[in-house]
Design a binder for this molecule. Structure first.
Ligand SMILES: [Fe+2]
Length: 159
């Protein structure tokens, strides 16, 4: 069970680092200021989430590097495809929001599972930190949902 938690943490660590690398490019590709702002805010949050995972790594005396989260790689690749396939504008923004929400949901699933593993193992401090990140991801998803209402309406007019 402890190994299962470590594996889950390694996966999340790789996922978060991939997101830190991908977000600036996605933010630059947007044309809605609110969306760009939301992605920049989440970039800063994500850096803090990486730091939280490193804190947990110290708690369990394990290194989290050396694994690639293939799932997140695929989700982010789909995000990059949007940049290649669509011109800049509100329709592309709508597609980018959908891609970013996939990222958030993928993370929410991972953090939810990891938090429960940590709880089961009695690692309450780790569970607490994972819960904080899970709340941030949930919030980021909600914010994207709100921005999407505005963007989708603009995209409808543009199309
Ligand atoms: Fe994250």
């Amino acid at each position: 069970m402890r190994q299962l938690l470590i594996d889950e943490l390694k996966d999340l660590y790789s996922a978060e680092k991939q997101i830190v690398r991908a977000l600036p490019k996605l933010a630059r590709a947007t044309s809605t200021p609110e969306l760009r702002e939301a992605l920049h805010t989440h970039l800063e949050e994500t850096k803090n989430q990486v730091a939280r995972l490193e804190q947990i790594a110290e708690m369990v005396s394990k290194k989290l590097s050396g694994k690639t989260c293939v799932g997140m790689k695929g989700v982010l690749e789909e995000g990059s495809e949007i940049l290649e396939e669509m011109d800049k504008g509100t329709v592309r923004d709508a597609a980018l929001i959908a891609a970013c929400q996939r990222v958030e949901h993928y993370e929410m699933a991972g953090y939810g599972a990891a938090r429960e593993f940590a709880k089961t193992l009695g690692l309450n401090d780790a569970a607490q930190l994972l819960d904080e990140t899970l709340a941030e991801e949930t919030n980021a998803d909600k914010k994207l949902n709100m921005v999407s209402k505005q963007v989708n309406n603009l995209a409808k007019q543009a199309a």
